[in-house]
Structures are given as structure tokens and as C-alpha cells.
Design a protein around this ligand. Structure first.
Ligand code: GLY
Length: 418
């Protein structure tokens, strides 16, 4: 008798009952949508939404968000300007459709004078997502030249005494602020070195990553948002927040930038210290994710299961911060997308219990559900709903974000390529 024999013998009431129960259980648990189908569905939606976005976009602008019924575009030198061209490159990569190649080229080339404009550390995001992806997919030498020139410009923000590139210029609160987000911009430097052979860029990136590892992280691998340095001595002056709930909280997107940044640094350098750091950050993030995987906007925001209250150090005044007891805690879909993309890459460097990939898949399934994925023609033609820009200042609350869309598509392509 073989192992399926339990179903083979006729007229045994117990066995008939068992078979019926099994069939009933199977029919009441529909199998989940295969990831390949889910990816196809999301990219079809992206094609429709982005075609509409592209058609209405002014020549001197890039899309940022959709808020209070209004589409908000940003200047070409704004920090988010590379994400729409980048998303178009990803749609082209997935579909191979020449229409999106043309669109991606046109939107990318709108940024071709970006290196000569006023620049900030985010020239990394801007150029790597647009020209970097463009070079990866077409091999055009003129795109590589923009990557190289942007890396050279970004390198001028490096101060060897501090050991970091300066994120923001001197302002009211800080003279030499370095934010965890800046880890993402190091990818431009690493790519420029890999592609040109000039190691001066990667050397800056590694020094920045090492200094950040030393000064930005707490023992549990959570990170402060802003570390302010004395540029003459390199001393750490303050550890604070700009966009998180309070100075000592764990702003979700900041944790996501850190996770992605150190995973990327391991890929580009092969230095296992960065892999260890990325795994540490993952071990902080994963247990704090809600059941559906999409993080609350700050892991310590009031209303979460975590300990801070409205009087926590560096918290916004209750006048500005409009959340009150009993309100839901907002999620940040962009942080979810960044975490998913980073975890998929991290899983390829070792994922013994499959936790990284399982978590990433859970996040992607939630983001692809109607709760998060916009219907065609809605959401200002962005893909993901429910992102948060800066709840600390109560600005950009529960909106789509161009970078959420970019990392969502990137994560799906990474998953497909596993
Ligand atoms: N890099 C800015 C932000 O994540 O909002």
C-alpha cells in the first residue's frame, strides 16, 4: 500500500469524512497569488499610472506626491528628482517596452545639468537612480560621465577630520549634520569607483560608513536620525531627530535607509563588517513590524506598543503634532518598500531560517493589496498610498511618495531575479 492509500479504499466512512474535511479546508484557504502574477499586476498598474504622470509633467519638474487632492511636483534639484526617471528605468527593465525606454531617457536627460546646479548630499539618490540605472541598462558612456562628475561633486562634501560627507549645509540647529539617510548616497560613490577604477570615491564612502557605524547606532542597532559634528575637531556634538517622533526614537524610514545602506556597502566592498551591521539592523527592525509587515512611521511613535510618550526628549509640541490618544498610528509605505528591497538583497548573503525573504514577501504582498496599491487613475497617478514625509512637523501625512514607488518596484524586480 503506498502512502496515498488512505484515500484509495472505497466505502470507509471515516476515510470519506477525512477526505471531505481535507477538501473543504483546501477550498476555504485559497492559495496566495503567485509572486510572479502579483509582480505582473503591479507593473501593469505602474505602466498605466506612470504614462499618465509622464504626460502631464512640466519640463522643469519631477513628481513628488499628491496631497489634499493636488499633485505636487518638485524642482529638478530637489532630493527626490531621480526617483521618477529611476522608476521608469525599472518599468523598462521589467517590460522591455521601448516606450518606457524613451520615457526613461527623456526624464533622465532633464537632469543632465544637475551636477552644475547647487548640490546637496542627495545628488547620490538623484543621479544613481536616474543616470546610474540608465547606464546599467544601456551602457551609454555619456550617462557614466554624469555618474562620475556627480561623484566628484559629492566628494567635495567630505571632511576627513569628521570622517563623513556633510548631509545638510549649516543651519539653525546644526553646523555639520550627518543624517542616516546619507548612507544611501554612498552608492553613487561606490558605483563611480567600480565603473571608473578611481578608488578615491569608494574610500570616502567607506570612511563615511565606518564613522556612521561608530556614531549613529545605539546598542540595539537602532539609529539616531541626525548626528551633529564639530567640523574642526570631528567631535560628536548632538544626536537628535529631524523627522522622527523624538530624539531617542527609531524613525522607521531612517532604520530602513540604514539597513539598505549597509547591505549595499557589503555588496560593493565585500567587507563583512557591513554585513554584520546590516544583519544587526534587520534584527532590530523585524520584530517591531506589525502583523502585515508595513512599519508604523516611527517605531516609538505614540500609540505603538513601544515606550515613548508625548513628553519624550526632542518630541514635537502637541500643538504641531496632531495625533491624539485613540487615533490610529500611521504607517509609512515607503519605509516598508525600502525594508523589503534591502531584505531581499540581504537574504542573498545568507538567510538560514528564511526570515529575511519571508518578511520581505509579506511586506510586498501587503503593499500590492488594495489597501496600499492605488487603483488606476487614482492617487495622483502614483502607485503606493499611505506614506509619511515628516510627521514630526505634521507635514506630508498619509500621502503617496515617489521614492516609495521606486523601492517597491525595485524590490519586486529583486524578488523576481532571485
Ligand atoms: N531623505 C529624506 C527622507 O527620507 O525623508
Amino acid at each position: 500500500m503506498n502512502k496515498f492509500a488512505i484515500f484509495a479504499k472505497k466505502n470507509d466512512p471515516m476515510k470519506t469524512f477525512l477526505l471531505a474535511a481535507l477538501l473543504l479546508a483546501a477550498s476555504s484557504c485559497p492559495s496566495p497569488e503567485p509572486m510572479s502574477k502579483l509582480t505582473e499586476r503591479v507593473f501593469a498598474r505602474a505602466e498605466a499610472q506612470f504614462t499618465a504622470l509622464d504626460a502631464r509633467l512640466p519640463e522643469n519638474k519631477m513628481p513628488v506626491t499628491f496631497e489634499n487632492g493636488e499633485i505636487k511636483d518638485g524642482k529638478l534639484n530637489g532630493w527626490t528628482s531621480g526617483f521618477f526617471p529611476g522608476s521608469l528605468w525599472l518599468v523598462y527593465e521589467y517590460s522591455g517596452d521601448a516606450k518606457f525606454l524613451k520615457m526613461a531617457e527623456r526624464q533622465t536627460e532633464k537632469l543632465d545639468s544637475i551636477v552644475s546646479m547647487y548640490t546637496h548630499h542627495d545628488i547620490g539618490f538623484q543621479v544613481n537612480c536616474s543616470f546610474g540605472n540608465g547606464y546599467r541598462l544601456t551602457g551609454r558612456p555619456e550617462y557614466l560621465e554624469v555618474v562620475r562628475a556627480a561623484a566628484a561633486k559629492f566628494s567635495t562634501r567630505f571632511n576627513p577630520v569628521v570622517g563623513c560627507t556633510r548631509s545638510w549645509d549649516p543651519g539653525k540647529r546644526w553646523d555639520y549634520p550627518v543624517i542616516i539617510d546619507n548612507m544611501m548616497n554612498l552608492e553613487l560613490l561606490m558605483a563611480a569607483s567600480r565603473l571608473t577604477g578611481d578608488e578615491s570615491y569608494s574610500s570616502i564612502a567607506k570612511t563615511h560608513a565606518n564613522t556612521t557605524m561608530k556614531n549613529h547606532f545605539r546598542e540595539d542597532f537602532s539609529t539616531w536620525h541626525v548626528v551633529a559634528y564639530d567640523e574642526a575637531t570631528g567631535a560628536v556634538l548632538k544626536k537628535q531627530t529631524s523627522q522622527g517622533f523624538c530624539d531617542d526614537s527609531a524613525w522607521s524610514r531612517g532604520q530602513a535607509w540604514g539597513l539598505y545602506g549597509y547591505t549595499m556597502m557589503y555588496r560593493e566592498s565585500g567587507d563583512s563588517t557591513y554585513l554584520k551591521q546590516a544583519r544587526g539592523i534587520a534584527s532590530f527592525i523585524i520584530p517591531l513590524l506589525p502583523e502585515d509587515g508595513v512599519p508604523e512611521w516611527d517605531f516609538n511613535a505614540p500609540g505603538t506598543a513601544h515606550p515613548f510618550g508625548m513628553d519624550a526628549k526632542g518630541a514635537p509640541s502637541p500643538k504641531k503634532f496632531k495625533w491624539k490618544e485613540g487615533d490610529p498610528v500611521l504607517r509609512d509605505s515607503s519605509a516598508g518598500a525600502i525594508i523589503a528591497s534591502a531584505l531581499i538583497e540581504l537574504s542573498t548573503y545568507g538567510d538560514p531560517d528564511g526570515l529575511y525573504l519571508k518578511t520581505a514577501e509579506k511586506i510586498l504582498r501587503t503593499l500590492a493589496s488594495p489597501e496600499y496599491l492605488a487603483e488606476e487613475g487614482e492617487n495622483g497617478d502614483f502607485l503606493l498610498k499611505h506614506g509619511v514625509t515628516n510627521l514630526h512637523a505634521w507635514s506630508g501625512v498619509d500621502i503617496p511618495l515617489t521614492y516609495g514607488d521606486y523601492y517597491f518596484l525595485e524590490a519586486l524586480i529583486r524578488y523576481k531575479n532571485l
